[in-house]
Design a protein. Structure first.
Ligand code: FDA
Length: 308
């Protein structure tokens, strides 16, 4: 219930104004978001790469209905990728891109505009020597997003896809994407969805995650196990052994600021671990989804406001 309320609030302009102006917000946001500028993102990346992590950088934002804004976001990614190339960080650092930030939600021609912008970002990644993973948003965008990933893969076969185990369709999508050279990030799903398309009970989302993991680990793809759930991490390790996968033929991914000690433990055992590092000014939607994932974060957030 609290999760759904927070996810609905993530769409509300009124709550956005309240949360972004609350004095206690910044300190908790700082746990999840490394900063607002490219240089802050680069600095955080250097630190993580120095600790043997791989990184995926996300320039925060969502759902633009303005074509000029979509083009500006595309250019921000291109500048970021150029900088990663210059600094020699591209081998360990890719980027994550939300198609809604580059035009997918535009009422006219959104699919094509998002594809064109994403293509420009992929070309910049190719020049820099790295890759792009296309984040997945709510279920209404899945067909368009997977179609765009498919088109991008014609020119940039390394383009990563994200699948959400909460959706009833996802096992079938995993089977479609479990082919050679296909990079697939498996997540549980961070959006409010109805029971007609998604499993309402968390236990069913978890079981579906395991079924999807089995398909991806058994396939010829490159699975990216994106979860902080200790059971999923353990099961992924067991499945990798069962299917004869060596470390490096799959990877773990976790969000910046969540279970950092587990991230370090996995690296110390020789696993490849990628940290998802968000930066930018438009942190509201991302922050609310992180609050929704863990009620304890909400208590901490409210206490930090009240104590001021
Ligand atoms: P679960 O929610 O069961 O959490 C397991 C444990 O992890 C918790 O008990 C707690 O200890 C810890 N934890 C989890 N979330 C926490 C939080 N916010 N604060 C503190 N502790 C927390 N989703 C999506 O829809 N599209 C996408 O493209 C992506 N991309 C993505 C990339 C990466 C690298 C990750 C790790 C996750 C995503 N997600 C995502 C988010 C994902 O769908 C999901 O909402 C979160 O990962 C939480 O689910 P878990 O699998 O971690 O398990």
């Amino acid at each position: 219930m609290l999760r759904l309320t927070l996810l609905k609030a993530a769409q509300s302009q009124r709550v956005r104004r309240l949360v972004t102006s609350a004095p206690g917000s910044r300190s908790l946001v700082g746990r999840f978001v490394v900063g607002e500028t490219l240089e802050e993102a680069v600095q955080a990346t250097c630190g993580l790469v120095g600790e043997a992590f791989a990184v995926t950088l996300d320039h925060l934002g969502e759902d633009t209905l303005d074509e000029a804004q979509a083009a500006a976001t595309r250019d921000t990614y291109v500048a970021l990728l150029d900088r990663l190339g210059e600094l020699g960080l591209a081998a360990q650092t890719e980027v994550s891109l939300k198609l809604s930030t580059v035009g997918q939600a535009l009422p006219h021609d959104g699919h094509r505009i998002a594809l064109d912008n994403a293509r420009t970002v992929c070309a910049a990644a190719q020049r820099a020597g790295t890759t792009v993973t296309i984040d997945m948003e709510d279920h209404t965008t899945v067909d368009s997003t997977l179609a765009i990933v498919g088109e991008l893969r014609d020119d940039f076969p390394w383009t990563g896809a994200v699948l959400q185990s909460c959706l009833r369709r996802t096992e079938a999508d995993c089977r479609d994407l479990a082919h050679a050279a296909s990079r697939v990030r498996l997540v549980k799903g961070a959006y409010a969805e109805s029971a007609s398309v998604a499993y309402p009970a968390k236990a069913d989302v978890d079981l579906a995650y395991v079924r999807c993991l089995k398909i991806l680990m058994a396939g010829e793809d490159y699975p990216m196990v994106a979860s902080h759930d200790p059971r999923m991490v353990e099961i992924a390790g067991a499945l990798a052994k069962q299917y004869g996968r060596a470390p490096g033929s799959y990877e773990y991914q976790m969000l910046h600021g969540i279970r950092a000690s587990e991230q370090r433990r996995l690296v110390a055992t020789g696993e490849r671990v990628r940290v998802y590092v968000p930066y930018g000014q438009d942190w509201y939607g991302y922050f609310m989804r992180r609050l929704a994932e863990r009620p304890a974060n909400v208590g901490f957030f409210l206490r930090s406001i009240v104590s001021r």
